[in-house]
Unconditional design. Sequence first.
Length: 369
Amino acid sequence: MIYHLGNFLFQISEAFSFCRLVNYISFRAIMAALTSVIFVFLFSRSFILFVHRQCFLDQVRETGVHSAFDKSGTPTMGGVLIIGAVLSSMLIWGNWNSPFLLCSLGGMLWFGFLGLLDDLSKVRMKSGDRGLSERTKLVLQGLFGLVFAWICVGPYAPLGENLSTKLYIPFYKYPLLDPGPYLYGAFIFLFVIFVSNAVNITDGLDGLAITPALFVAVVLGIFAYVEGNRIYSSYLYYPYLRGAGELTVFGAAFVGAGLGFLWYNAYPAQIFMGDTGSLAIGGTMAVMSVLLKQEMLFPLLGGLFIAEALTSQIQDKIGVRWVGRRIFYRAPLHHNLQHKGIAETKVVIRLWIVAGILALISLATLKLR
């Protein structure tokens, strides 16, 4: 709103020359982050009280970790705050003519709505194991994945025909290969589903998922700034993505919302993000990675989420179903660490450190190519 209004005023009179500030990505990114964090601080207490009154409380799952039962009755669906903060901030500071912004917001809202349905189902059934079925969630996730893949490789691709199907890898300047629209579309489809579920699996301890997600958002926001700038992208041998800088503003809004939410989600948590938040965050990160051609960077940048997802799937699909016994003491990774006697806060902080180191290494790929 302010972006479009500022440009309109700047064009009609020199008296509004200060309005040209809205054309600076850095200015709008800072203001978007501040707007998001203020939104969360303003509405969090009222939202927590509302969730309490409506009895939208966390339903504990059987994980084999006894400390989980101490958190029974904590308000959930905190992801609504994150989504609301980002959406409000982008309504004010976003350029709504940008396909990068529209795709990212679409992914966040779709996966957030899916997570909300799952949370409501768990509350209604009074069981953490009786939300939406795995098949239903995969179908709805896949539906978005199909539409998004078609947008990315179809005639209206935000990146243009020359870049839409090229695959890049870290530490290498040039496209690794061009698999074509069908194979690359299938890759996008699977990537979106995997990343969204990986964040969902990671969300198991107070503050565990949100901080690594902030690291990812910061790094992707920096990549967006570089790739959306003709000079910087040329100097660093990245493909120039016209308009990609809008993802810097979007990422900054997400960081502000996440920092505000962490204030209430840090141990001991006053509210959980629930599937509403974890699926929305995962979907957002997947969409941003694809739009910036950084899908192959995510295994490094989001290495913590990958490790959490793999330990969970190896335990469930290979260990329990095929081998007939556990491969790890507990799964996913954070519960395995807890089983070894490490305190919850120490597990969370150590995994934050790991995620931060991975983010720094990922940033190094900007120059080490």
